[in-house]
Design a protein. Structure first.
Length: 190
């Protein structure tokens, strides 16, 4: 029986898994084909620009995910500490408690970084700006808010890398637990 036809959306979901696991250079056409169940011709039908188009489509999906589960969550009504807690819960789920790698980190650290620099910068900027707004809303001065927001993203990304390298969730868990106080200060428990 032939494999069921996948929608482009489903193909992108499977591509995300490949890029998340293997990075850009490790995402070979053989791995992509195996993950999607599509041959080279079908892949090029969906993505005429080849692997670069596939990575860009994946980054578009990542941006959408960051908007929905991070930025939108931080901008919802409610106390800053509660909104941050919901964002962290979403990240905890997205990264399976620190067991999953971050596709943004994989692409940022790869030789393909320059190819995707604008998209990567845009996604990280969305995240940092939303955290900065939240910290300012919690009473953190403007300059401190921006620095704390960058530090928060840095610590989350670093914890994901360390969790993967050490094969333990603990670094990520510590960041999730300590981030509210680091970002919002005394307001984190209010």
């Amino acid at each position: 029986m032939p494999a069921p036809l996948l929608s482009k959306d489903e193909v992108i979901g499977r591509l995300m898994r490949v890029f998340r696991t293997f990075g850009y250079s490790g995402a070979t056409l053989a791995r992509i084909s195996e993950a999607t169940g599509l041959g080279k011709a079908s892949l090029y039908h969906h993505f005429p620009g080849g692997k670069e188009d596939m990575a860009r489509a994946t980054l578009d999906r990542v941006e959408s995910t960051v908007r929905t589960f991070v930025v939108d969550e931080l901008r919802k009504p409610g106390a800053p500490a509660d909104r941050l807690a919901r964002m962290l819960a979403n990240l905890d789920e997205l990264y399976c408690g620190g067991r999953e790698r971050c596709i943004l980190g994989n692409l940022t650290m790869s030789e393909a970084r320059e190819q995707f620099q604008a998209q990567l910068k845009h996604v990280f900027r969305l995240w940092i700006d939303a955290l900065t707004e939240l910290a300012r809303e919690a009473g953190v001065p403007e300059r401190d808010a921006a620095e704390r927001a960058e530090q928060a993203v840095l610590e989350i990304q670093g914890a994901l890398i360390l969790s993967a390298a050490l094969q333990t969730r603990q670094p990520f868990r510590r960041i999730v637990e300590s981030l509210p106080k680091k970002l919002l200060g005394a307001k984190a428990s209010a």
